[in-house]
Design a protein around this ligand. Structure first.
Ligand SMILES: [Zn+2]
Length: 232
């Protein structure tokens, strides 16, 4: 796994977890556990210190390229005992210095590969990659004593309702109050009135994004009819 500009990523993480702290703990955990599952993680960053210390402290190999006028980070100053500051400042892009976790040092070069992206080359076009910017999925939020229903749960409620389950049964199944279930169904229908589709259902590609729940009995009945005709 290669993560380019990892400092950006580590600080603008998607909030899949309840809060930033959990997200940070989980990403550090992933990196720490990566070696046990055979996953090699490569983090690329412009500035060494902008990646979290918890992450930096578990790295096995540190590759340092041309450092420019800022030079090596302060806790890496000892490297100047081995590498000339002038060379470190002006290294051509293919050269690098390397430090291992145990302090072994090395120098090396990456010869440029012929398929390397050229400046101004439109890489997206070259590999026919189309980027779509979808809406951010709502994963539900923790409000101390309760948790708001996210998109996934919304779709589950709507699907269950369409398949003929009563609100009471869905409430029991999802361990929610009937009021929450009713709110999801009402929200779904209100969105239909306003936009012609349900935003929550669309974000996670729910089956009923353009269907009003008032049609559910009819559709349940018609599907029943088709199955009977088929069996005849
Ligand atoms: Zn919906």
């Amino acid at each position: 796994m290669i993560m380019r500009e990892s400092a950006n990523l580590y600080y603008s993480r998607l909030r899949v977890s309840d809060n930033q702290l959990t997200a940070k703990a989980e990403s550090t955990y992933l990196i720490r556990e990566a070696r046990h599952v055979g996953l090699a993680v490569g983090l690329d960053t412009l500035k060494y210190t902008s990646v979290d210390l918890n992450v930096r402290s578990v790295l096995d190999y540190l590759v340092l390229k041309s450092q420019g006028m800022l030079g090596f980070p302060s806790d890496m100053q000892w490297l100047y005992g081995y590498f000339s500051p002038h060379i470190v400042r002006n290294m051509p892009p293919q050269y690098f210095c390397m430090v291992t976790r145990k302090g072994a040092l090395g120098v090396g070069s990456f010869p440029e590969v012929e398929w390397h992206k050229r400046e101004k080359e439109n890489i997206m076009k070259a590999v026919e990659l189309k980027v779509e910017h979808g809406e951010r999925v709502d994963y539900g939020e923790s409000r101390r004593v309760y948790r708001t229903a996210g998109d996934e749960e919304h779709i589950q409620v709507i699907d269950d309702y369409f398949s003929g389950l009563s609100m009471g049964k869905i409430a029991k199944k999802t361990d929610r109050s009937s009021a929450t279930i009713l709110a999801q169904i009402q929200g779904h229908n209100e969105a239909m009135e306003k936009f012609g589709f349900c935003v929550k259902c669309r974000r996670l590609k729910g089956k009923h994004e353009t269907e009003r729940t008032s049609n559910r009995v009819v559709s349940a009945f018609s599907s029943l009819k088709t199955t009977t005709t088929q069996s005849e």
